[in-house]
Design a protein around this ligand. Structure first.
Ligand SMILES: NC(=O)c1ccc[n+]([C@@H]2O[C@H](COP(=O)([O-])OP(=O)(O)OC[C@H]3O[C@@H](n4cnc5c(N)ncnc54)[C@H](O)[C@@H]3O)[C@@H](O)[C@H]2O)c1
Length: 435
């Protein structure tokens, strides 16, 4: 079986490498000439644990290729996956579908055989039908079917998520399209992964509903954390206390600086717009968006308060820049709002992240400093803000920090440090929703 994947970003590259590992012949076509040249040269343009090895192994086995042209990529493919970006459109928050439709148009115009076009990109309800209409209009001579196969992988554990997903969603209106995807996912079928077949619109909505729900869960525990701070309760214990209830579940109940990343911010915004336009507005999702935006915008004030109300000339170290550990993705990362606010208030900011600094440098003002490692970052700092919970930061011992830092303020936006141990070492410790 041979397939093509259009877009060699986080989703396209991981899906391509994993399908190749399943034994499928996969061509991943990336439009960006710089990234494409890297892929052809055996380099990986993104950071994702284990991906370099998986790509190298499958490329060496001849199952994974990075064609120089779209035409070569789609030749002989039974299914063509669209895995291009769908960022929030400036101004109105709708999903920007220009990359999706451009990719579909390019593909359809060059096709010389019937095919199933599969959207892996997260696209609003109704997009699949629009793709089918466009394909029919451009190529009335070819039988082009459309399916939706939304992706649920998480950056940082993307390969394991793809290889052992909780479920696979396939939205398709024809038996042929369902059969192509059934064959493709056969290795997962063998390990008893539930494969849920639905109509196109339902599959498209499942993706937004899943991300909307998870974003809501995070936002709920963040609000509970704020309440804990007012009433003297501990949010970690609240999360455990409710999470042990099987109906609630323990995941996505970690209080923190607010969600960021390439999916939740844009997908909640898009779900808000989709529901408004359909005449069934989701007030819950509207609140999630507002509460989360407000939380991120107030991070600098939280740190400034912890530092005594004025940070002019204060040396503040930020540990962690990516929106979560094990990725270099800086899209909508809370660190961006925080650092900009601190710099505006006159602080001297130094940051360190194990992998995200190259991506962060392009987004942050030149006024800030980047350190070579965590030790250099904390050396001489008046205050430390832990933003992303990389394992190497969890291991920073209170006594080590006390020896390196000039000041004694720790703002732990991920609740990874032991408050008592920090206080015993002389620090004023500020977690999220903790005493
Ligand atoms: N990143 C995630 O964790 C994640 C998880 C699930 C779903 N998704 C969804 O998957 C989609 C892709 O996300 P991503 O994070 O991989 O995006 P990305 O920006 O990392 O990758 C998209 C890639 O597509 C390329 N591209 C754009 N137009 C193209 C074209 N016409 N032909 C070939 N290549 C083209 C871009 O150059 C880019 O490299 C989005 O809709 C996103 O919402 C992402």
């Amino acid at each position: 079986m041979r397939i093509a994947i259009i877009g060699g970003g986080y989703v396209g590259l991981v899906s391509g490498a994993c399908f190749a590992e399943f034994g499928v012949d996969v061509a991943v076509y990336e439009a960006d000439a710089g990234k494409r040249a890297m892929l052809i040269a055996g380099q990986i343009p993104i950071y994702e644990p284990g991906l370099d090895r998986l790509v190298a192994d499958n490329a060496a086995a001849g199952r994974l290729t990075f064609p120089a042209s779209l035409e070569a990529g789609i030749a002989g493919a039974e299914a063509i996956f669209i895995a291009v970006g769908t960022p929030a459109r400036r101004g109105d928050g709708h999903a920007d579908l220009s990359y999706v439709f451009a990719a579909v148009e390019q593909v359809v115009k060059q096709l010389d055989h019937p095919v199933v076009i599969v959207t892996k990109s997260t696209v609003p309800v109704g997009t699949g039908q629009k793709i089918a209409d466009l394909a029919r209009q451009l190529r009335p001579d070819l039988a082009i079917e459309v399916a939706s196969n939304p992706e649920f992988l998480r950056e940082g554990s993307a390969i394991a998520d793809f290889m052992r997903p909780d479920r696979v969603i396939v939205g398709a209106d024809s038996e042929n399209a369902r059969e192509v995807l059934r064959r493709l996912y056969r290795p997962l079928y063998l390990i008893e992964t539930p494969i849920v077949f639905t109509g196109l619109e339902t599959a498209e909505l499942i993706k937004y509903a899943a991300n909307g729900f998870l974003a809501m869960k995070i936002t709920f525990i963040n609000e509970m954390a704020d309440l804990c701070e007012k009433v003297g309760a501990d949010v970690n214990d609240v999360a455990r206390g409710i999470g042990l209830d099987g109906r609630i579940g323990r995941k996505f109940l970690h209080a923190g600086p607010g969600f960021g990343g390439s999916c939740f911010p844009k997908d909640t915004l898009a779900l808000m717009r989709i529901s408004e336009e359909a005449g069934a507005p989701s007030k819950l999702i509207q609140s999630v968006v507002t509460v989360n935006d407000t939380r991120k915008a107030s991070l600098a004030a939280r740190v400034i308060n912890a530092c005594g109300g004025d940070v002019k000339g204060t040396r503040i170290t930020v540990l962690g820049l990516a929106f979560k550990p094990e990725t270099d993705d800086m899209r909508e990362a809370p660190s961006l709002d925080l650092i900009q606010g601190l710099l505006a208030a006159g602080a001297e900011v130094t940051a360190f992240d194990p992998v995200a600094m190259p991506a962060a440098k392009a987004l942050l003002p030149p006024a800030m400093q980047f350190a070579a490692d965590a030790k250099a970052a904390v050396s001489g700092a008046d205050a430390l803000v832990l933003v992303t919970e990389w394992n190497e930061f969890r291991a920073l011992a209170p006594r080590f920090l006390a020896a390196q830092m000039r000041g004694r303020v720790i703002i732990d936006l991920r609740n990874v440090f032991d408050p008592q141990a920090m206080r015993d070492a002389g620090f004023a410790y500020h977690g999220i929703g903790r005493k």
